[in-house]
Structure formats: C-alpha cells, structure tokens
Design a protein around this ligand. Structure first.
Ligand code: AMP
Length: 316
C-alpha cells in the first residue's frame, strides 16, 4: 500500500496535505513531516500543508495556504476518518485523494485509503512509509514525527503503543540521532496558569457511581485562571490512572463558538461509539464531542456511566 501511495505521489506536481479540524500534534506533525519529506525527495513539486489553528504548535513548523481549485492536484488527508472533519474546503474537487489514518474506520472518501487503527499514530505511519519507500527524511523531519507520535501515545502510555511503535522509534532515534529530551520540552512545557487550572480540575472533579470523573469548566473559570478553551483538552491526559475512575472528561464552555467542547478518555470501556452520539468520535480510548447544552453533557455522562457499569460487570 505504501508503494501504491508513493507512485501516486510521484505522478502529481501539486500536492495539498490536510488533516482534521481541531488540530493536535499528531495531525500537524504528520502533515509537516510528510510535506518536508516530499519536498526533500521531489524539490520541484509544489507541496502545501494546510489547515487552521497551527499557531499553538509553532514548534512543529509553519502551515501554508491553498487558494487553488483542486485541478491537477493530489490531496492527501492525514489522521482524519471522515470527510466532514477534514480541515480543507471542497475535498471532492481535488483530482485524486489519498487518506492515511490510524483512527477506527468511519467512511471511505478517498481514492486510496490506508487505514491502520493498530498504529499508534499517523506519525508512526508516515515514519513507516519513509522507511518502506524512497521518500527522504532529515533529522528535523523525524524530530517532528517523533513529537507527534509521543503526543498521540501520551508518552507511550496509551494502549495504542505496541512493539512496532517501540521498534520504529528505536530505529528513528538511532538512524537520525534524535535527542529526545529537548523534544519532550516542546510538548510538555506549560504556563503556571494552566497547572493552576489543573489543580482546579482535580479539586472539582465529580465522580459518578461507576467511575466517570467529570469536570465542568465554565467561561468564568477559564477567565479566572487566564486559560483558554483548549486548556481542558491539553490537561485531560494528566488524569489517567486514578483508582476510582475508569472514564474521565473535561466539559468546557466555548461561548465564542456557542458550544460545549468535551474531551473524553478511558482506561476501560470503549468510548468513541458513545462520543459519536454527541457530535463526536475519535479513538476507542480517547475521543472528543461537542454539545449545545449542559443537559446534553449530563446525558453523555449518564451514557458513559452505563458503559462503565457494563464494563465492570463484564470483568466479574
Ligand atoms: P481530543 O479530546 O480533542 O484530544 O480528541 C481525541 C480524539 O478524538 C482525536 O483523535 C480527535 O480527532 C477525536 N475527536 C475530537 N473531537 C471530535 C469530534 N467532535 N468528532 C470526531 N472526532 C473527534
């Protein structure tokens, strides 16, 4: 499959690389890593990595703008299982489309689809493609891909981390002489105000009967801490391995967009199918959702609690 993708890439002089809305380090690092690898391999091609909101991950590099109409252009969509979440207009107008993703399959919308939900991250898939084809890489490219992979595995702690993950990471560190210590600082350095918000979240987390821990973060709380709407999502991974909790979520008021943004994590029941009922989706153990009212958020908490109950019963 990687070779088939490589062949398609070779055919096109104009390539646009997109990923999902609500950018995260795996989505952005995979597109920047792939763009720079394509440019290193085919310097004459015009390759753009597009999408909004990249500023907060500026250590990964700069994104581009695309103004074209898709004619004679290949679109590569990374890290996105469904068309509606692609952060690029008019996916259909591109002459040819390729998807490379590690989310559970949702729908087919590209001419070639490489979907491997056993892979830790889209960055791991791009590393693999570089090793299995004639694509070139540099230390800088691999540093970015490494950062995306570390972020999506939550430092190798999520259950998407496999022997293949360690194997390719070990190879990359050796071959490209990565110094991982500095790379982790980019990912995990936080302003003190966000850590104070983390303290608030720990203090105010409520726990349901069967182990759902939830924290409501109102606009007022965000203002008090000087934090932004993305903070809940940035901090949610830090609440893993709490004895009393199987599923945990941050529920953040986003008054600017008139929605309530929800970040959900699990170390037990599958949650993406539940998130799908609430305008969301994602991985089995890491999902997101969007609701309009706190009542809907309460329904989601109830559904998650029911899932925890079933999960606990299945263990008996
Ligand atoms: P987050 O909690 O935003 O870090 O997202 C965790 C995972 O769920 C990522 O793989 C996201 O792409 C996915 N995700 C987040 N929000 C949504 C949504 N509204 N719809 C579908 N997938 C989502």
């Amino acid at each position: 499959m990687f070779r088939k993708i490589y062949k398609a890439i070779k055919k096109y002089d104009n390539i646009v690389i997109a990923r999902h809305v609500g950018v995260d380090p795996d989505a952005m690092a995979s597109q920047i890593g792939l763009r720079d690898s394509l440019l290193a391999t085919f310097p004459k091609k015009n390759v753009l990595a597009v999408g909004n909101g990249g500023g907060k991950f500026s250590y990964l590099g700069k994104l581009d703008h695309y103004e074209g109409d898709g004619k004679n252009t290949l679109l590569i969509v990374l890290d996105t299982p469904d068309q509606k979440r692609v952060d690029c207009n008019n996916v259909d107008q591109f002459e040819y489309r390729i998807k490379i993703d590690h989310h559970p399959f949702v729908e087919s919308f590209c001419d070639i689809e490489l979907v491997n939900d056993k892979s830790s991250s889209t960055c791991e898939l791009i590393m693999e493609m570089i090793y299995k084809t004639k694509l070139k890489a540099t230390k800088e490219i691999m540093e970015k891909l490494y950062q995306g992979l570390v972020s999506d595995t939550n430092r190798f702690m999520f259950n998407n981390t496999t022997a293949s993950t360690f194997s390719i990471v070990s190879q990359v560190i050796k071959d490209y002489k990565l110094s991982v210590f500095e790379l982790h600082a980019d990912l995990y350095m936080r302003p003190l105000k966000e850590i104070r918000l983390q303290g608030y979240m720990a203090q105010n987390m409520k726990v349901t009967e069967y182990g759902v821990g939830y924290i409501k973060i109102t606009e007022e709380v965000l203002n008090d801490f000087g934090a932004d709407v993305a903070s809940g999502g940035n901090l949610i991974n830090n609440f893993n391995y709490i004895e009393e909790i199987l599923v945990w979520l941050a529920i953040t008021e986003d008054t600017k967009n008139n929605i309530i943004k929800i970040n959900i994590r699990s170390r037990g029941p599958v949650i993406n199918t539940i998130a799908e009922k609430y305008n969301g989706g994602g991985h089995k153990m890491a999902s997101g959702a969007k609701v309009m009212t706190m009542d809907e958020a309460e329904n989601l908490i109830q559904d998650l609690d029911d899932a925890c109950k079933r999960y606990l019963e299945s263990l008996e």
